[in-house]
Write a protein that binds this ligand. Structure first.
Ligand SMILES: *Cc1c(COP(=O)(O)O)cnc(C)c1O
Length: 372
């Protein structure tokens, strides 16, 4: 089976975990701080707050700006459910909006129409790693007094107008789960340039405690702690940070190779009938996935590929169609059309050239078949 996604992990990660074991400090400690420093330096941002998942990064970011009951958050329906549940967790209302059909980025004209007096935040999702039009998103946010919380789970390493995603927004959320561009095993981070917001994020990630145990441990009155605000137990562990630190050394290679594979796929498919490619920015995007549109018989296509030992995925089933979000349902014709066509093909660093060819040929064979 050719998997859809797979982390590239090995001896370097194991060696780093061993270093953590030798310290006997498994929780949040120096490895986590080193990882945060690495993220800050790589992105070019003042503060990176490391947490245990991308989902909790989003929850924490929304909580840091006091999203709560009565508030509305505008968000594309075509995203992973992890973008939506944190809104619900805080008692706020998700207001689903459209995506652009050729890029799957948030459709800002549609989003702007859904802003009301209650709108407190907007969540652009950098789908597949490609940056949303952040000048537009941030200017609408500033003009209407709405916070912009970026879901950059796919976009670690991507840029917008020569600046790294996460270096210039209000609050940017990353995921380091097993299949993301860089993995910590599980992990996430929120980045911001605002020192006050960073301080709130740091406290909230550790139960509202103003000084974490590691900092206390290094100083005298080590038993003392103070709880100043509501918080969660969302911090990253040293074990996860150790994996992430090892990944950094290979990260540029990951991105270089995945960029090359995306171009190879696009070149092979570009003139084929029955397939539509997304509009991509090859230079600026650190690609998370490779999504295409199969204009007819998408479900049969999925079955066809799986029978050939090729895993494919649908990223994503629109959230407004999910039973649990029924109350927030509305008509989103673009999203409802596009999701029936999209399918993601295998894309990961360890894929061999023959495997890429197998995928390409299988797609071609399916499209040529008369009897679908
Ligand atoms: C992966 C992902 C998340 C959540 O990240 P986890 O680390 O898996 O919790 C959020 N949004 C999108 C779009 C994702 O793909």
């Amino acid at each position: 089976m050719i998997p859809l996604a797979r982390p590239t992990i090995g001896r370097e990660e194991l060696r780093n975990i061993e270093k953590v074991f030798k310290t006997h400090w498994l929780g949040m400690g120096s490895f986590v701080y080193d990882f945060e420093k690495k993220v800050e330096a790589y992105i070019g941002v003042k503060h990176a707050i490391a947490v245990n998942t991308g989902t909790t990064a989003i929850h924490l970011a929304l909580a840091s700006i006091n999203i709560g009951p009565g508030d509305e958050v505008v968000v594309p329906s075509l995203t992973f459910v992890a973008t939506i549940q944190p809104i619900i967790n805080l008692g706020a209302k998700p207001v689903f909006c459209e995506v652009e059909p050729d890029t799957l980025k948030i459709d800002m004209d549609d989003a702007a129409k859904r802003i009301t007096k209650r709108t407190k935040a907007i969540i652009p999702v950098h789908y597949g790693g490609m940056a949303c039009d952040m000048d537009e998103v941030l200017s609408i946010g500033r003009a209407r007094g709405i916070a912009v919380v970026e879901d950059a789970a796919h976009a670690f390493g991507s840029s917008y107008k020569e600046r790294k995603i996460g270096s210039f927004g209000d609050l940017t959320c990353f995921s380091f789960d097993p299949i993301k561009n860089l993995t910590c095993g599980e992990g996430g981070a929120v980045t911001t340039n605002d020192a006050r917001t960073a301080e709130i994020l740091r406290r909230k990630r550790l139960l509202g405690i103003s000084k974490d145990t590691w900092t206390r441990y290094k100083h005298k009155r080590s038993w003392f702690y103070e709880v100043s605000i509501e918080g969660y137990r969302y911090h990253m562990s040293n074990i996860n940070a150790a994996i992430g630190l090892a990944q950094f050394k290979k990260f540029e290679n990951f991105i270089r190779k995945k960029k090359k594979m995306v171009r190879q796929y696009d070149d092979f498919f570009k003139d084929m009938e029955g397939i539509e490619l997304l509009t991509r920015d090859y230079e600026a995007t650190a690609p998370f996935n490779y999504t295409i549109k199969i204009k007819k018989h998408r479900d049969k296509f999925i079955h066809y590929m799986e029978k050939r030992g090729i895993a494919v995925g649908v990223q994503y089933i629109p959230n407004h169609l999910q039973p649990f979000f029924k109350k927030y349902r509305q008509s989103l014709p673009v999203t409802e059309k596009v999701w029936k066509e999209i399918v993601s093909l295998p894309l990961h660093y360890d894929m061999k050239a023959e495997e890429v060819q197998t995928v390409q040929r299988s797609v071609e064979e399916f499209l040529k078949k008369d009897e679908k």
